[in-house]
Ligand binder design. Sequence first.
Ligand code: DAH
Length: 348
Amino acid sequence: MSSHDDIAAVRDQLLARYETLETKSDILKSAELKQLFGKIPSLPPAERGAFGQAINQLSNELKEKVAADAHAANELPAIDVTAPFDTNASKPDLLPSQHGTIHPLTQEIAKLSDIFGRMGYVVEQSREIDDQYHMFEALNFPKGHPARDDYDTFMTEEKDTDGEPFVAPAHTSTMQNRILKKYKQNLADGEAIAAIVPDRVFRNEDLDARHEHTFYQLEGIYVAKGVHAGMLIATLQKFLEEYYGKKLDVRVNPFYFPFTEPSFEFALSCPFCEGKDDSCKVCSGEGWVELLGCGMIHPNVLKAADIDPNEYTGFAFGCGIDRLVMMKHQIEDVRHFESAKLDFLRQF
Ligand code: DAH
């Protein structure tokens, strides 16, 4: 009998026994499987590879069976087949047999967090209501600063103890001051402060295919001794290449933000047409897509967290997540994300 006949015979035995087992995963611990694996060293070297593969195949087949049964037994809620439900064809979304899916932005945020996690960044969350200090003052926009108006910030009627309205954060930069304070000890320990905040922001804007009142931003900050703008650009380029899975050119132009000096606007070569298609919808045929703002953290922002700007420097960036994802999946209208349209959401 050839070694492969052995495997076929064991397979028949195990499949028959499987049906009788109370605890299905016991099949994976069966003595027969172990014996098959134990046989490998006694075979002529030329046969070992194929034999090993055949056993693995059997072992995987059993694992899949166990997993599928566990899923059926544990994960699907018991369904009362006698309960009435609405089969009205005009409301197919209400059928209880349909599963939900993870929102595409949630899926992509997990990927972004994973990429930065591998680069040593911690992930922090933002808030849904904040104060003017974190929205503006701590970021070097003093009271009356004209750039405050650029943010179309929703404000509450209720006032805080300084008599100022609260805000719905219009950028994730609101978390910079808190992160700098929270991780300041890293600097004393000779380590960097490295954090991202992928979270939701709000702006009182006119809505169209590119503007939504609720969207997501990825804020990043990095502070240590000797940090310079080359590190900022290399970090962003690496991140975007990981995210889009290809080499990309980047373009950096001077810009203005109160909380960075110098500040830059960062564009990347269109990941779709790479500048080769005049009618490309993603870059409007320009070959470049303006993607984010960034710069070297302004000394006043470091001072607001009691960090000495003569000793430490850092960079920060803020990127629209919806935009990143729209480019990745060629989504033409940002409003789909918040639309709760299941036909849209189920594609991801
Ligand atoms: N907060 C800015 C915005 O929403 C984006 C931004 C620009 C964040 C530059 C940064 C930065 O951290 O350095 O428009």
